[in-house]
Design a protein around this ligand. Structure first.
Ligand SMILES: Cc1cc2nc3c(=O)[nH]c(=O)nc-3n(C[C@H](O)[C@H](O)[C@H](O)COP(=O)(O)O)c2cc1C
Length: 188
């Protein structure tokens, strides 16, 4: 499987990157092709909502000339996209939210019989870490993610919230095992 991991967090040695690293390593060792992109390092502007992309439904056709187009092309080519993010104020970290807004250019005619998507049938998964528990904290981010597959015509491959995180050195073997299980589940 061709797998793209899109990271929303800035910290490459933080909780999310550490947990995601276990997932990526497991996927690679299973024989999958994994490309990992830290969106924080990229120049990705917000969606203009100009809808010019909707005039060209057969390819990524955003009029903005920044790094998003290349990443969107990689997303179109991927069988599975794993989004990862720290939980920031009950939502995704800014770079990932901004990129997801740009996926507006991947589909046309949402809610119409003529609805098509460049990522139709793609598997999508979400991994989020947070300092707090799931309850009364992480629900909104998963609610939004669970709706994303509808305009994308994609398939939810899995979701995982790693709560009550402090620092990566406090992760234990059970944490790692959860990540390895998650990796195996999202490619099933
Ligand atoms: C700006 C900001 C907002 C945060 N908001 C939340 C939150 O709403 N809920 C939560 O559980 N943790 C929150 N946290 C804590 C982080 O989600 C948590 O420490 C996470 O594991 C950090 O991931 P990282 O090490 O990959 O950066 C916030 C942290 C920051 C810096």
């Amino acid at each position: 499987m061709k797998i793209l991991t899109l990271h929303g967090g800035a910290r490459k040695k933080g909780n999310t990157a550490t947990a995601a690293g276990w997932v990526e390593n497991e996927l690679t060792s299973m024989g999958h092709e994994v490309e990992s992109i830290y969106l924080f390092d990229k120049n990705i502007k917000g969606c203009l909502a100009c809808a010019k992309c909707k005039d060209t439904p057969d390819k990524v056709a955003c009029i903005q000339k920044d790094d998003a187009s290349e990443i969107l092309d990689k997303m179109v080519a991927a069988d599975l996209v794993v989004f990862t993010s720290p939980l920031y104020f009950w939502g995704l970290a800014g770079p990932l939210k901004t990129f997801i807004d740009r996926t507006y250019s991947l589909y046309v005619d949402y809610h119409k019989p003529t609805h098509t998507s460049l990522v139709e049938g793609q598997r999508q998964a979400l991994l989020v870490t947070g300092a707090g528990p799931y309850e009364n904290n992480a629900e909104p981010v998963f609610t939004a993610f669970n709706r994303l597959q509808s305009p994308h015509k994609a398939v939810k491959a899995g979701e995982l919230f790693l709560g009550k995180c402090s620092t990566p050195d406090n992760f234990n073997t059970a944490t790692k095992e959860r990540m390895l299980t998650f990796a195996r589940e999202i490619v099933k």
